[in-house]
Structures are given as structure tokens and as C-alpha cells.
Design a protein around this ligand. Structure first.
Ligand code: AMP
Ligand code: ZN
Length: 135
């Protein structure tokens, strides 16, 4: 049995603010929200992250994310929403059970977005080629 906090929430062993649940997916409020209405959408079936999750599970989750994102945006009157998942500790993942963050955004919320950098056309083309080879 894996010692996983989200599995415990899914099994109702520890409390959480779950507002949606079906056979495959749960959705709950994040305990430390980045913005008002920060929600987590989580497949019930345990997998560490997106890269190791089967496509059927991903399909269940992504279609529910769309539905919840529409309802959430309306609920908190957001002007936008970030939908993301962290894969690996280096990417900021702290809980190793796949989950998607739905973070409502407001025009004046002051949250910083990712920094972009200039890049060389040659470097970009080279990377594109290397990725293509690995697909
Ligand atoms: P990540 O860094 O992508 O793994 O995100 C983990 C998220 O889970 C963070 O945003 C935490 O605030 C959230 N979290 C951790 N424990 C709980 C909990 N018991 N209930 C709700 N959210 C939680
Ligand atoms: Zn789990």
C-alpha cells in the first residue's frame, strides 16, 4: 500500500474540501491556494505524474478539468485561469500523485508569470530536431 496523501483523501481517510467526485476523478480546494479558488483535479487511480499515466485516465481527467474550469471561472468571476501539472521535484512537484492545478487569474492579481528568454534560431532548430528523433 502506497503512503500517499491524495490516495488517503480519495479513500476519505483524511478530510478535504471535495466538491466533485465520480468513478475516476475527484476535485477539491487546494489547502494553500495561489489565488482565490485554487482547485486540484485528481485521478482516483494512483500514478506519480502525467508522464506515467495511462491515456484513458488522462482522458477522464482532462475532460473533467475543462468542465470544472468553466464552472470555477464563473464562480470566482476570474478573467483567466492557469491549468498546470508539475512533473518531478525539479519542476516543483511535492505530492507524487498526479494532480492538475486550476488557478483562477484576475487582471490585477500581481502574480508573476514565467520568465521568457531570447534564444538563437540555430539552437531552437537543433532542439526541435532532437525532440523529433525521440518521438
Ligand atoms: P505540487 O507542488 O504540484 O505537488 O502541488 C501539491 C499541492 O497540493 C500544493 O498546492 C498543496 O498546497 C496541495 N496540498 C497538499 N496537501 C493538501 C491537502 N491535504 N489538501 C489539499 N491540498 C493539499
Ligand atoms: Zn496516490
Amino acid at each position: 500500500m502506497i503512503d500517499c496523501i491524495f490516495c488517503k483523501i480519495i479513500n476519505h481517510e483524511i478530510p478535504a474540501d471535495i466538491f466533485y467526485e465520480d468513478e475516476n476523478v475527484i476535485a477539491m480546494m487546494d489547502i494553500k491556494p495561489v489565488s482565490r479558488g485554487h482547485v486540484l483535479v485528481i485521478p482516483k487511480k494512483h500514478s506519480n505524474d502525467l508522464l506515467t499515466t495511462d491515456d484513458v485516465t488522462l482522458h477522464h481527467v482532462i475532460t473533467k478539468i475543462k468542465e470544472i474550469a468553466i464552472a470555477l471561472t464563473k464562480t470566482v468571476n476570474a478573467q483567466g485561469i492557469n491549468i498546470s501539472t508539475n512533473n518531478g521535484a525539479a519542476a516543483g512537484q511535492a505530492v507524487f500523485h498526479l494532480h492538475f492545478h486550476l488557478i483562477p487569474r484576475f487582471s490585477s492579481d500581481g502574480l508573476v508569470s514565467w520568465p521568457h528568454h531570447d534564444s538563437e534560431p540555430k539552437t531552437r532548430a537543433q532542439l526541435a530536431e532532437e525532440i523529433k528523433k525521440n518521438l
